[in-house]
Design a protein around this ligand. Structure first.
Ligand SMILES: NC(=O)c1ccc[n+]([C@@H]2O[C@H](COP(=O)([O-])OP(=O)(O)OC[C@H]3O[C@@H](n4cnc5c(N)ncnc54)[C@H](O)[C@@H]3O)[C@@H](O)[C@H]2O)c1
Ligand SMILES: O=P(O)(O)OC[C@@H](O)[C@@H](O)[C@H](O)[C@H](O)CO
Length: 382
């Protein structure tokens, strides 16, 4: 069994690659980072160090690595004969890997079982987005080959921080993980991945993950950055930050419980567990990584505006989420292109225009006026 995985970065090596390896797949990593691919191609193994209360080390072998910038034909050929293709490249990069998957579908033997395509990104319905990019890249040819693939959305959860410069290929990760995959698209032919769990309806899982883990994580990062704190674990240990993050998660909990009918006590335990995960003292994670790409994180369906807008549409004005959104607007990291872009918008725009540009929320939406007030207070304080 062979899986081609795009993105040999933190989650690629420390989670998707590891779980597929443990499931018995040969993993072919495809990445545009030449030095990373060269190192992987030359290495027989790498280690994954799980840190936390139950530490353990995994050794990953049975992998190969290809440079998808310089060897497109090689990557296309590998995908054409693979069982699975996964991605962990970032939601905005899916459009660049899609044409290679499209070309592989054209080349794939129609007699093979369908290629199982799963995007493992922090975004709602990322695989649907990937499929859309494949359709765009193939144009009229897509219809003829669409039966050669099945597309399943997934929710992946494991905190994998940036790695130390001297770590080489080894990856330090937390000792927790969860991989939920929608089962419907596979029919009776589920992929053989024992450590994943297959669910008929992914929507509650991905919203619960994005609006709890990632909303709380990002809020911690932005509150921490505003206080000049770099480590995430240190940020969440500040009582005032903990209180504000918990309040944010109580708001998203109220939405998740109302919308998906989660048991309130189960959701409370889930959010408490996540507050503990952020505080993992063994995990060298930073507010700059967790807060990265604030334009993406503040976009319409993402971890802040997604739940805040839904609460407002249900007649509840969010308050803690707006405090976190305000902190996000102050995230000023010159090395982060989206932070630079955000600060430029705030410097040059009215609050009304900035709200629409950054969040996609327009006048007339029940959250609009609250966002304008929040943006205005940041613009005034600059
Ligand atoms: N790190 C985590 O804790 C974590 C957890 C769950 C989900 N995710 C999600 O996984 C994705 C990747 O995150 P990460 O933390 O591993 O980032 P990362 O930067 O460590 O890895 C991304 C990799 O993608 C590669 N890449 C970029 N453009 C590419 C292209 N066109 N083709 C092939 N490879 C390309 C980069 O070179 C890099 O190696 C993101 O969507 C993120 O939200 C991350
Ligand atoms: O990857 P991002 O930028 O969407 O979000 C940063 C972190 O919150 C994220 O990577 C978490 O570590 C991960 O989602 C945990 O499962």
């Amino acid at each position: 069994m062979k899986a081609v995985h795009f993105g040999a970065g933190n989650i690629g090596r420390g989670f998707v690659g590891l779980i597929l390896h443990n499931a018995g797949y040969e993993v072919v990593f495809a990445d545009v980072n030449g030095s990373l691919i060269d190192a992987l191609a030359a290495a027989p193994t790498y280690d994954v160090f799980e840190v936390g209360l139950s530490p353990r080390t995994w050794t990953v072998d049975n992998f190969r690595a290809l440079n998808s910038a310089t060897d497109e034909a090689g990557v296309v050929s590998e995908i054409a004969s693979a069982e699975i293709v996964t991605t962990a490249v970032g939601p905005n990069i899916l459009r660049f890997v899609a044409p290679l998957i499209g070309r592989a579908l054209l080349a794939r033997d129609a007699a093979l079982p369908p290629l199982q395509v799963m995007a493992c990104e922090n975004a709602i319905n990322a695989t649907d987005a990937l499929r859309g990019h494949i359709e765009t890249s193939l144009g009229d040819d897509f219809a003829a080959v669409s039966a050669r693939a099945v597309f399943a959305n997934t929710a992946v959860d494991r905190i994998v921080p940036g790695q130390a410069p001297d770590a080489g290929l080894d990856v330090t990760v937390e000792d927790f993980f969860e991989w939920a995959i929608e089962s419907g698209p596979f029919g009776d032919a589920l992929p053989s991945i024992p450590e994943a769990h297959f669910v008929p309806d992914l929507a509650p899982y991905i919203e619960r993950k994005l609006f709890t883990v990632n909303t709380g994580h990002a809020a911690t990062a932005y509150f921490g950055a505003a206080e000049g704190i770099a480590p995430v674990a240190e940020a969440i240990s500040v009582p005032d930050i903990f209180t504000k993050v918990k309040a944010v998660l109580e708001e998203t909990k109220s939405l998740l419980v109302a919308k998906h009918e989660f048991d309130p006590s189960v959701q409370e335990a889930y959010l408490e567990k996540n507050l503990q995960r952020f505080a993992n003292p063994y995990l060298p994670d930073t507010v700059d990584r967790v807060g990265r790409a604030p334009m993406r994180k503040l976009s319409r369906n993402e971890r802040f505006i997604g739940p805040a807008a839904q609460l407002a549409e249900r007649g509840t004005r969010p308050t803690a989420l707006l405090v976190a959104i305000r902190a996000a607007l102050t995230f000023d990291v010159p090395a982060d292109p989206e932070s630079v872009q955000l600060q430029a918008i705030l410097a040059a725009s009215s609050a009304e225009d900035a709200v629409t540009q950054v969040t996609g929320i327009t006048e007339g939406h029940p959250l609009f006026d609250s966002l304008v007030q929040t943006f205005e207070s940041v613009i005034q304080s600059r």
